[in-house]
Write a protein that binds this ligand. Structure first.
Ligand code: ADP
Ligand code: ASP
Ligand code: MG
Length: 815
């Protein structure tokens, strides 16, 4: 004998019912089969919704009813296209009974738990009827048995307790006489010893099947559903989740108790002592292995954590007060008061000081719990021995489950570190004495992020997902997107980094996809994106609430730089080539650094100095390893280098600057480069990163420009003054030539002071032969006192800047 249970989706359409029938047909070739069915997917919810509307005097319950009736009729018609008068009349009559019950609820304006059970039982009765009649109609040896005649319970409506003795006797005696190869049983529904209709609790069809399997001591119980087994975590929330091949009964119970909806928690109980294995199988993919729940397997899974589950809608209640300390009986009174109200406690922790007890229940029970507890402790509350109970809602429980967790140390540490790194606040923690479960309470909005981060930590150990939001796709930004597109495969395969561009924006439009944009035709896609706003982009990045989120600023926009703090406060890392934030006031710079530390969100700006050259990273590494910077000498302007490498007595200064601008080596306003402001900002950033508190005003800027150049009030005007002052520039060149020197614009940081200015560099000096748009930085430190550490290479250009940003993005993943 086989017992198979098919859930709501499995019987949710004619197409799926046909799949069910073919599975049953197959099984029944060799063996008798008992098939427990759920209501058609979604019908139980719809029945409850219609009843709720009716009791509230909302006539739209009729519309809900009609949708229910239509669904059943259309499925039947699809299953038996030729029609069958008797079957369809019977269905219509049944539906008419349902309609009368709803009308009654509407009239009396009331829905008791007893009526509710009577009403929802229509769901299973109807689906069992349709399936059984279809099978009979197709000539299969099939019978339908009403489980209300087998399952006996008490009168706890909506979640009745099974009276096993009577139930087992009924099941055994019925099946000892039944002769049909296939029996269809509606799940979930039952009858009390007083003859009232009851149900076994939402999701209870699994339980019906387990009770039948245990009563008949069959060899195995099969739960057929819409996923290929019990997954490592909820597959609807974590795409990378995968089915667990083997689970012990205890692990399955813990996972289902803590929210893995695929198995109704009480299901394990009846089969556990009889060692009947439970197989979870997928109706839509019958060949998938699925999950086997039993106690007879060798667990050689890679991690002691077998699964992670979650329960939403949790309210956390805290009872505290000095009057509780050392006085026995408090917990007893507390939990008795909840038991009397039939409130299920999901989670308990008590500090060893006994000063407070904290427990989690379903939010819907929280007000009832509060009044019950306030009533029981009325006296103590009035004497201020304990405080009135505190309720927090909008919470969820996340639980790690695994039999082998108890013999492994450091799992909770890993769990808390992973949550902490993602800025997920833990409101409460509990670990059962069995150590099979560690559960934490967190805010509901963080659940998806927490599950993904924990799943990555425990099951995809070597994989890391980075979720990138890029703003500014001009010259550099475009190269960055292209580089990411090109490297994604390599990163995934070689570095186990799954880099997803989730958001992309220019000044006009923005596009998003939390699974990662395909980037195939991103430019066209961006053109048709939604209207971009700086705050809109921030809000979306916050709302996605993805782990390892990184905001990348590829603009030179001051307003964007003002939002870095807001990103960091939401644990979104910031990677910027925009120099404004780090070179504005020291206070602002320090604040961002502090936010980065506080919220565990890297703030990286390597490309602020020397484009793709690893200048800041090297400096940080020197300092982190205990070195001290004594001096920095550098040529940091690709544009000024280009200008002075090309300017001589055969050229004109004006023409060379024009050419530099044309070739994209200067800012749109070349005065920013030529005045030395850009270089000053860079050395300022290096000075700050070396640990010096400094502002731009503190810096010496020995400009080589003439007063007329500096006072020009437009770019055109500036170019005119360059022509007028050609003699001045030729003089600078002539002097350098006479001294056998090269002109270089040098930034220096010494003894806590920084300055920038044009210098004549003699032969033999490392700066002398600096070519093209190259940059060079020399670090003199305690460990490099005489021979400096030198970093040299292209310090400008879209490709190298993009690759510098790319390196920062990858670095955030290593932090
Ligand atoms: P049925 O109607 O077949 O009883 P349920 O909806 O009750 O199906 O349970 C299956 C659903 O459980 C899946 O579709 C999935 O969304 C959800 N689920 C939650 N956690 C898990 C998990 N750890 N493994 C598998 N499914 C899970
Ligand atoms: N139909 C019921 C429910 O939706 C029972 C079940 O499907 O297991 O809760
Ligand atoms: Mg279910």
């Amino acid at each position: 004998m086989n017992v198979l249970k098919f859930g709501g989706t499995s019987v949710g359409s004619a197409k799926n019912i046909n799949k069910v029938i073919s599975i049953l047909d197959n099984y029944s070739q060799n063996n008798r089969v008992i098939c427990v069915v759920s209501a058609i997917g979604g019908i139980t919810d719809k029945l409850l919704k219609a009843a709720d509307m009716a009791q509230r005097k909302n006539r739209d319950y009729i519309l809900e009813y009609e949708a229910i009736a239509e669904k059943h009729h259309s499925i039947l018609l699809e299953l038996i296209p030729s029609g069958n008068e008797t079957i369809s009349t019977h269905l219509s009559n049944k539906l008419q009974d349902l309609r009368s019950l709803l009308d009654g609820i509407f009239l009396i304006n009331e829905l008791s738990p007893k009526t509710s059970d009577k009403l929802v039982s229509f769901g299973e009765l109807l689906s069992a009827f349709i399936i059984a009649e279809t099978m009979k109609n197709r000539g299969l040896d099939c019978i339908r048995k009403n489980s209300q005649e087998l399952m006996v319970t008490n009168s706890n409506f909506t979640k009745a307790e099974v009276q096993y003795q009577q139930t087992n006797t009924n099941i055994k005696s019925y099946f000892s006489e039944a002769k049909e190869q296939i029996t269809i049983l509606p799940g979930f529904i039952s009858k009390s010893t007083n003859g009232e209709l009851t149900t076994l609790g939402r999701g209870g069809s699994d339980f019906t099947a387990a009770i039948v399997a245990a009563a008949l001591k069959v060899n195995s119980l099969e739960i057929w559903t819409d996923v290929s087994g019990m997954y490592t975590t909820n597959p609807k929330l974590v795409k990378q989740a995968f089915p667990i091949e083997n689970l012990s009964y205890q692990e399955a119970m813990e996972l289902s108790h803590f929210g893995a909806k695929v198995l109704y928690p009480p299901t394990v109980q009846p089969v556990l002592n009889l060692n009947i294995p439970i197989h979870i199988k997928n109706t839509l993919k019958p060949n998938a292995i699925g999950t086997k729940i039993s106690n007879d397997f060798i667990d050689n899974s890679a991690t002691p954590v077998k699964g992670i589950s979650n329960i939403d809608n949790i309210a956390l209640l805290t009872l505290q007060g000095n009057g509780m300390v050392g006085i026995p009986g408090f917990s007893k009174r507390l939990f008795e008061s909840l038991a009397q109200e039939m409130i299920n406690i999901i989670f308990i922790t008590q500090a060893s000081s006994e000063h407070s007890i904290c427990f989690g229940i379903d939010t819907k029970d929280s007000q009832l719990a509060k009044s019950a507890i306030d009533c029981v402790f009325e006296n103590e509350i009035s004497l201020h021995k304990i405080d009135p109970i505190l309720i927090e809602t909008g919470l969820s429980i996340i639980a790690l489950v695994g039999d082998k967790m108890k013999s492994h140390q450091g799992i909770s540490g890993k769990m808390f570190r992973t949550l902490g790194k993602n800025n997920i606040n833990i409101r409460a923690i509990a670990q059962g004495a069995s150590e099979r479960n560690i559960s934490t309470v967190i805010v509901e909005k963080d659940v998806k992020k927490a599950l993904n981060a924990l799943h990555e930590r425990f099951f995809e150990d070597k994989n890391k997902q980075l979720n990138v939001f890029i703003t500014g796709v001009g010259n550099v930004g475009e190269r960055l997107v292209e580089q990411i597109k090109q490297q994604r495969k390599y990163l995934k395969e070689q570095l186990k980094i799954n880099l997803k561009v989730v958001g992309l924006s220019n000044s006009r439009t923005m596009i998003f996809n939390d699974d990662g944009l395909s980037l195939k035709d991103w430019k066209t896609e961006l053109q048709t994106g939604e209207k971009a706003t700086l705050n809109g982009f921030l809000e979306r990045a916050k709302d996605f609430n993805l782990r390892n989120s990184i905001f990348v600023d590829v603009t030179a926009n001051e307003d964007i730089s003002k939002l870095y703090g807001a990103y960091l406060k939401h644990s979104i890392a910031v990677v910027a080539c925009n120099k404004i934030a780090c070179s504005s006031s020291f206070e602002k710079y320090r604040e961002l650094k502090e936010l980065s530390l506080k919220y565990n969100a890297p703030f990286l700006f390597e490309t602020n100095v020397g484009a793709g050259l690893p200048v800041i990273d090297t400096l940080n590494n020197l300092i982190a390893s205990g070195d001290t910077i004594t001096s920095i000498q550098a040529v940091l302007s690709g544009s000024l280098n280009f200008v002075f490498n090309n300017f001589d007595d055969t050229t004109k200064f004006h023409d060379v600057v024009k050419q530099a601008q044309k070739e994209g080596y200067t800012e749109p306003d070349p005065r920013i480069d030529l005045s030395g402001v850009d270089v000053a900002r860079k050395i300022l950033i290096l000075a700050r990163e070396s640990g010096t508190e400094m502002n731009l005003e503190d810096m010496e800027n020995d400009s080589f420009l003439t007063p007329a150049n500096l006072e020009s009030n437009s770019v055109d005007d500036f170019y005119k003054t360059l022509i007028d002052d050609e003699a001045h520039f030729q003089k600078l060149y002539a002097s350098a030539k006479a001294n056998d020197c090269q002109l270089k614009y040098v930034a220096a940081f010494n003894d806590g002071k920084a300055k920038v200015g044009l210098k004549e560099i003699p032969q033999g000096h490392p700066f002398f032969n600096l070519e093209g748009k190259d940059n060079i930085v020399m670090f003199y430190t305690q460990r490099y006192p005489e021979q400096p550490m030198i970093i040299k290479g292209a310090g400008a250009g879209a490709d190298v800047t993009a690759s510098g940003l790319f390196a920062d993005i990858i670095r955030t993943g290593n932090k």
